[in-house]
Design a protein around this ligand. Structure first.
Ligand code: PMP
Length: 359
C-alpha cells in the first residue's frame, strides 16, 4: 500500500474508496446487484422535475425543504418538525451518526448488516460493538436488548436487514427501544415497503426512536438522491444543526419536486411495489428448485446460497452471462449472493443463466 501522505488527517488512511465496480459502464447487462427498482418512477415525477427545471434553477432551493418534509409528514400523519430530509438516506445516516452516536459507550449493531454503518462510525471515530447474528443470520433480539441495557452509545438496526432481507416485528423493535431509553435507536427502513412493518407508528411513544427511509428503492428514485428521517422534534432539531454545518441546501429543486410527486402517486407506488413482491415470491420458488437456500425476504432482494457451489465463482459465472448479482467478501456471508428483484423478464433471465451453471 502507498504510504499515507503527511497532509492527510490521520483517520483518512483507514477509509476505503468506493469501488465503482458495482456500477459498470457497460450496456446490456442485467443489473441485479444494487437493489435499484427495475421500474421507472411515476410519470408525475418527470412532469414535476421538468416543471421545476423550467422555473427557478438560478435560485438556491428552500434550505428547510418544507415541501418535501410536509409531503412526508402528510404521508405518515406526522408534523413537519418531526421530519428531516437529506440527499439520499446515506447522507441522513451520516448526519445521524454525527448527531447521536459520538458517545462514551460503543454503538451497537449486528455483525451482518448494512456495511455503511461501519464506515460512518470510522469516519467519526465512533467505537462499535457488533452483535453476532445466529447461524440462520437472524438477529437475536433478546441478546441485543440485554447488551444494549448494559450500556451502549446507541443502536442501529436495518429493518428489513441488509443484505439478508429478514425483518423483525414491531414488538422486537419496541423491546430494543425500551432497552436503551437514554440513547437513540435508529431503525433504517430502506426496504420496509416491500413487506415489513414501519416503526413510524412508534414515534409518538418513543422519544429515542429515529426512523430513516429512502425514496431510492420503493419509489424508483435512486438517481435523485432523496432520503428522510422521522422522529420526535428534538431529534430532528439535532439533525438540522448538523446538516446546516455541512450544507444548508441538501435537497436540490429538482429532487424536491420529484420526491413530492412520487409521494403523492400512491397508485403507482402500490402497483410497482406489488409487482416486485410478486416477482420475488416467484423467484424464491424457482431458485429453490435449482437447489439454492433462500433467506426469507421482506425486501426487494433475496439473499441466497447454493450448498454445492462457491458463491464468488457463481457470481463470476453469472457475470459472464451478463447478469450482475452482489457477492460480499465478508466473514460469515462469503458463501451468499444478494440478488435484487428485477422485472419478471430480468428474473427469468437470471433463473435461466443460473440453470446453465447449477442445473
Ligand atoms: N440503508 C440501507 C440498508 C441500504 O441498503 C441503502 C442502499 N444501499 C441505504 C440505506 C442508502 O440508500 P440511499 O442513500 O440511496 O437512500
Amino acid at each position: 500500500m502507498a504510504p499515507i501522505p503527511t497532509f492527510w488527517s490521520p483517520r483518512i488512511g483507514a477509509l476505503e474508496p468506493y469501488v465503482p465496480g458495482e456500477q459498470p459502464r457497460i450496456e446490456g447487462l442485467i443489473k441485479l446487484n444494487t437493489n435499484e427498482n427495475p421500474y421507472p418512477p411515476s410519470p408525475r415525477v418527470l412532469d414535476a422535475v421538468q416543471a421545476a427545471a423550467a422555473n427557478g434553477l438560478e435560485r438556491y432551493p428552500d434550505p428547510e425543504s418544507m415541501a418535501l418534509r410536509e409531503a412526508v409528514a402528510a404521508y405518515y400523519g406526522l408534523t413537519r418538525d418531526q421530519v428531516f430530509a437529506g440527499n439520499g438516506s446515506d447522507e441522513v445516516l451520516a448526519h445521524a451518526f454525527f448527531a447521536f452516536f459520538q458517545q462514551a459507550e460503543p454503538l451497537l449493531f449486528a455483525d451482518v448488516t448494512y456495511s455503511f454503518y461501519r464506515v460512518y462510525a470510522q469516519l467519526y471515530g465512533i467505537e462499535c460493538a457488533l452483535q453476532p447474528v445466529d447461524d440462520t443470520l437472524t438477529i437475536d433480539v433478546d441478546a441485543m436488548a440485554a447488551r444494549a441495557a448494559q450500556g451502549c452509545g446507541g443502536l442501529v438496526i436495518a429493518n428489513p436487514n441488509a443484505p439478508t432481507g429478514r425483518s423483525l416485528p414491531l414488538a422486537d423493535i419496541e423491546r430494543l427501544l425500551v432497552a436503551c431509553p437514554a440513547r437513540v435507536v435508529l431503525v433504517d427502513e430502506a426496504y420496509v415497503d416491500f413487506g415489513a412493518q414501519s416503526a413510524v407508528s412508534l414515534i409518538a411513544r418513543h422519544p429515542n426512536l429515529l426512523v430513516v427511509q429512502t425514496l431510492s428503492k420503493s419509489r424508483s428514485l435512486a438517481g435523485l438522491r432523496v432520503g428522510f428521517a422521522c422522529g420526535q422534534a428534538p431529534l430532528i432539531d439535532a439533525l438540522t444543526r448538523v446538516k446546516n454545518s455541512f450544507n444548508s441546501y441538501p435537497i436540490d429543486r429538482l429532487a424536491s419536486a420529484g420526491a413530492v410527486a412520487a409521494l403523492e402517486d400512491e397508485a403507482w407506488f402500490r402497483q410497482t411495489r406489488d409487482a416486485i413482491v410478486d416477482t420475488r415470491e416467484g423467484l424464491v420458488l424457482q431458485l429453490e428448485d435449482l437447489g439454492f437456500e433462500v433467506q426469507p425476504s421482506h425486501a426487494n432482494f433475496v439473499f441466497v446460497r447454493h450448498p454445492a457451489y462457491d458463491a464468488a465463482a457463481l457470481a463470476a459465472a453469472l457475470r459472464e452471462r451478463a447478469v450482475l448479482v452482489r457477492h460480499f467478501r465478508q466473514p460469515r456471508i462469503e458463501q451468499y449472493l444478494r440478488i435484487s428483484i428485477g422485472t419478471r423478464a430480468q428474473c427469468s433471465a437470471l433463473v435461466d443463466a443460473s440453470a446453465t451453471i447449477v442445473g
